[in-house]
Design a binder for this molecule. Structure first.
Ligand code: LMR
Length: 329
């Protein structure tokens, strides 16, 4: 054993740059369903850039936006089969695998995005990040988009106005139950089909943060938008556990450090990106925007409050209480 060997080993163990050089770069495919100019789209590109700067030659990140490689219908299977290595789906698309994640979809549970972010730093939410291990999936972090806003082809002022309309929802029973509770129909559709379904009249309404509304030009087919932030679109960055754990330790540690850095900046910038998208929707003048007043918010909250009780045992009372507490501090 030479001195150089021990120096190299020490550098590797200490997380220095001298980990074994791989013959070919590891290719990591990062697929998602939105466009580049959204919190998630930007986060994926920033991750790609930082990995290129810090691990160039050893790891190559390929980013596939807009459902170009895989979409809502097939991405989890592709991840399990290691055909794609990183995804960042809405937690609403994962809560069939881990019921606790339904907490994020409960309407009017979180008062604002700050409360959601506080929850994500608490133990209960950190535990949920590990709730997919039984499926061979590792959660690496939460990225936020923003508040979901209701939109429709007709004016919506009170909960009763939803009756008879069909709304597109993500593949979450809680999101569907929200519309059903209000006498509307909920239609689960992949994100890539939302614009077409609204344009053809298959559904009359949807729920999206401003960045997705604008990114998919949904405002052009939705003349009415209610700014109600009734729930918040949160993503979980996920990977295939076997793939991730099989990476050389130093590389994995550096990728996780980069990802933590990107997570901070995605969550710092998400609100501003959505505010900008809102301005552009206003400027496009396609839709009448109704801003919910505090009194109206209370009426909507009361109309869907039974859902919190209904889902309490699936979500877990401890998780629910921890989420509610984040509205207070
Ligand atoms: C949706 O399906 O509406 C969202 O989850 C899309 C996304 O990834 O932002």
């Amino acid at each position: 054993m030479t001195k150089r060997f021990f120096a190299t080993l020490a550098a590797v163990l200490l997380g220095g740059a001298a980990w074994p050089v791989l013959a070919d770069p590891v290719v990591i495919k990062f697929a998602h369903v939105v466009n580049d100019d959204t919190p998630k789209g930007r986060g994926a590109l920033q991750f790609q850039k930082l990995v290129q700067e810090r691990l160039g030659g050893q790891v190559k990140i390929e980013v596939y936006p807009n459902s170009t490689l895989v979409g809502d219908a097939d991405e989890l299977e592709a991840l399990k089969a290691n055909k794609v290595q990183l995804l960042a789906p809405s937690v609403s698309k994962l809560n069939g695998l881990a019921k606790g994640l339904q907490v994020y979809d409960l309407p009017y549970l979180f008062d604002n995005l700050e409360a959601v972010k506080r929850f994500q730093r608490r133990d209960k939410s950190r535990e949920l990040l590990g709730s997919l291990v039984a499926h061979g999936i590792t959660g690496l972090g939460y990225w936020n988009n923003g508040g979901r806003q209701l939109s429709a082809t007709r004016d919506i002022r009170t909960p009763a106005d939803l009756k008879g309309l069909a709304f597109r929802v993500e593949s979450s029973d809680v999101l569907a139950a929200y519309f059903q509770q209000l006498g509307a129909q909920a239609v689960k559709l992949p994100f890539a089909q939302v614009y077409g379904a609204l344009q053809s009249g298959k559904v009359q309404g949807a729920e999206n943060p401003w960045s997705n509304l604008l990114g998919q030009k949904l405002n052009t087919v939705q003349p009415y938008i209610v700014e109600d932030n009734h729930s918040f679109l949160t993503y979980m960055v996920i990977t295939n556990t076997n793939f991730w754990n099989g990476l050389p330790f130093g590389i994995r540690a550096e990728l996780e450090a980069i990802l933590d850095e990107v997570t901070l900046s995605v969550n710092r910038d998400a609100e501003a990106i959505n505010a900008k998208a809102r301005e552009r929707v206003v400027a496009a003048n396609t839709s009448k925007i109704l801003v919910q007043t505090p009194a109206e918010r209370e009426a909507w909250r009361a109309a869907v409050a039974p859902l919190i009780k209904r889902y309490e045992s699936e979500v877990g009372s401890d998780v629910l209480r921890a989420a509610e507490a984040t509205n207070r501090r």
